[in-house]
Design a protein around this ligand. Sequence first.
Ligand code: G1P
Length: 284
Amino acid sequence: MKLDMKQQLIKKCLFPAAGYGTRFLPATKATPKEMLPVLTKPLIQYGVEEALDAGISTMAIVTGRGKRAIEDHFDISYELEHQIKGTSKESLLEEIRSVITKCTFSYTRQTEMKGLGHAILCGETLIGNEPFAVILADDLCKGDGKGVLAQMVALYKEYQCSIVAIEEIHKEETNKYGVIDGELIADGIYRVNNMVEKPDPKDAPTNLAIIGRYILTPDIFDIIRDTKPGKGGEIQITDALLEQAKQGKVLAYKFKGKRFDCGSVDDFVEATNYFYALQNIRNK
Ligand code: G1P
């Protein structure tokens, strides 16, 4: 499909990263959960690399108190570079150095924890009036062929509306996710007509769960501003997206690949084993 000149490209990716990560205490007492490593790389770096792979180089990060390590990670450490210059360890910094060179990073703080919708609204100042991607770094994704966000950006070029990534889950787990319902319009693509934040299994419309990848059109900011606190007393992005969905403007996309919920210890261990096996295959 040819790109319409008026069409806006996705140039920015927002990372809500202010949450406490209480499921990983005590590890997250003084370390941001986004900095927990799978092998030698922190979760948020996997997210940034996924955004880069989707052609996005402007990273907008919503942080909070105790999250300064994220800013330091995406900056050059001259002292460290000096220490390891000319040693065998130098190559260990190559990947992050290349990420730093290719991207720009900007930060804002969410001062109160009022939910994911609120965190995204805090990012408005960094995003402005253009469509953007959102990555929740504790959902670690490995796309099949193409990265998951790259798959979604390709879809956005065609449909020009908000998109959420989904996967099928066991029905008894619907209370951990935003759940969608919709009409199948193409292979793996639904036009969303309903979405509910963390419903009880008995109330869930389907077992299609939203995972931490979104493409949002900028009208979402005004909608969030008008969104009342929902599940857990928090401002939910799922509730705001439902308003767009009522106008037929939200797609749900069954991504191709794997996703690990690295906010849970079980999946974190599974992700570590998976990426370790992958690395060993590559090194052979
Ligand atoms: C958030 C969203 C939820 C979504 C999930 C994906 O929940 O509110 O709709 O399904 O991310 O990871 P959280 O995991 O932050 O509680």
